[in-house]
Ligand binder design. Structure first.
Ligand code: AKG
Ligand code: FE2
Length: 429
């Protein structure tokens, strides 16, 4: 084959390989050409770069790829540059999901916007960082294998919706390496229920804990801390809730409860196996933009301080009978490990309701801009649909975690970009 023909055929291969994500056009072809030139004509290297950028693992027939990792090298900087440029070509042919590059002027679109790259995710969703290839590959694969095979004590979650008791359609199991929790000396309180049956970390989980703790602590050390968050190096991953989804299961919109993990919690979420849509949106206004993320196998998403206060998230229920891209180890099963750092102050000093003696849940007011930002303890019976409206203002500087008298000012936090609440409350920026 002549040089030009060879380039043409490589271009054709690239166009075909990604045609469902990047629609074929003159522009996308010339962009692939740029990538090929940057890779000195190597189809193998071009495919690796594009795979990395799009978070997919595809290869043309007969081509073997090795796994790459961002490592700060020139080559890996190239991937970042390509990520930025690729976004301009990505649209969804059914217009169901739009690429962020289509979202001119930052207006709210009624269609969810898909975010493909680390750069786009971190630029559009505040308080999230996205880390591909979080664990060494053999460890991620082994964790997935074990958790898919583990049949013991994976149970549906119980929760309440509009006062009605509901059961999740996905399964969960809690693990810990903390002796107090394993022996029941510290109670884990999750979704207003005490979580018994906490299993002990095996060697893989223990290794993952250490690596994820390092990753989270290193990441938070580089950021300006929020007022109530845990600081580096104190974030711990000694408790994990494992979520298991099959093709028919999902998780509805929610923010994680702060009751035992405190305000502005940092939650690390590791995705393994089959890729599912993880959706996020601001808690307010009601029509806030929905973004779609698709964390591939072995991706760590760190939900930083402020995320639970300002955003909701869900694992989207795809259309019935939709075909999911099968993962080589887990087929259509997705495993998610959600690490929450439980805090002794909150485990021990959680207030009880003065009206009925029940436990209380920590919440942050957000609906009314006049009171948005105030942290409150609310009677958990209310959440369960029972009749108690007990409420206390939270004060995190105080041993009891509450103000002495409801009229006193308690702890509060407004997001730096929340001008609506600042105006309503006439507070400075
Ligand atoms: O599976 C996921 O990615 C999310 C899990 C989650 O949101 C939770 O456990 O609270
Ligand atoms: Fe969650």
């Amino acid at each position: 084959m002549q040089g030009d023909d060879m380039t043409e055929s490589k271009l054709g291969i690239l166009c075909d390989l990604y045609s469902d994500i990047v629609p074929r056009s003159q522009e996308s072809e010339s962009f692939y050409l740029e990538i090929l030139v940057a890779c000195h004509g190597s189809l193998n290297a071009a495919v690796e770069m594009i795979n990395e950028s799009l978070g997919v693992c595809r290869f043309p027939n007969g081509l073997q790829l090795r796994k790459r990792k961002y490592d700060g090298s020139e080559e890996s900087k190239g991937v970042r540059k390509i990520q930025r440029s690729l976004n301009y070509f990505i649209t969804d042919s059914n217009n169901r999901i739009r690429a962020v590059s289509d979202n001119s002027g930052g207006k709210i679109s009624s269609n969810p916007i898909e975010l493909f790259t680390k750069e786009d995710i971190e630029a559009n969703v505040k308080y999230i960082t996205f880390h591909r290839n979080a664990l060494p590959e053999p460890l991620a694969d082994s964790l997935l294998q074990h958790l898919v095979q583990d049949e013991d004590n994976f149970t549906p979650n119980q929760f309440h919706l509009f006062g009605k008791k509901c059961t999740s359609n996905h399964l969960t199991k809690m693990f810990s390496s903390n002796e107090d929790i394993l022996l029941g000396r510290s109670k884990i309180y999750y979704n207003s229920y005490t979580r018994t049956n906490v299993a002990k970390y095996d060697d893989d989980l223990k290794m993952a804990q250490l690596l994820i703790e390092d990753q989270v602590n290193e990441t938070i050390a580089k950021q300006d801390p929020q007022p109530f968050q845990i600081r580096c190096p104190d974030w711990r991953g000694d408790v994990v809730l494992v979520n298991r989804y099959d093709r028919d299961s999902n998780l509805d919109w929610h923010s994680d409860r702060m009751t035992s993990i405190g305000p502005q919690p940092i939650i690390a979420s590791l995705s393994l196996g089959c890729v599912r849509e993880f959706r996020v949106r601001r808690t307010y206004p009601a029509n806030s933009q929905v973004y779609v993320l698709r964390p591939p196998h072995n991706t760590l998403m760190i939900m930083h301080a402020g995320f639970q206060e300002e955003y909701k998230h869900c694992v989207h229920a795809g259309p019935k009978n939709a075909t999911l891209e099968q993962h080589p180890i887990s087929k259509d099963i997705r495993i998610n490990l959600t690490y929450r750092c439980y805090l002794q102050t909150y485990l021990r000093n959680c207030p009880t309701c003065t009206k009925c003696g029940s436990s209380m849940d920590l919440r942050r007011a957000f609906k009314d801009p006049k009171t948005r930002g105030q942290y409150l303890w609310q009677c958990s019976r209310g959440y369960k649909g029972e009749d108690c409206d007990g409420v206390k203002r939270a004060d995190f500087q105080n041993e009891c975690l509450t103000v002495r008298n409801y009229k006193e000012q308690g702890s509060r936090w407004l997001a730096p970009d929340d001008n609506e609440a600042r105006n309503a409350q006439k507070v400075g920026t």
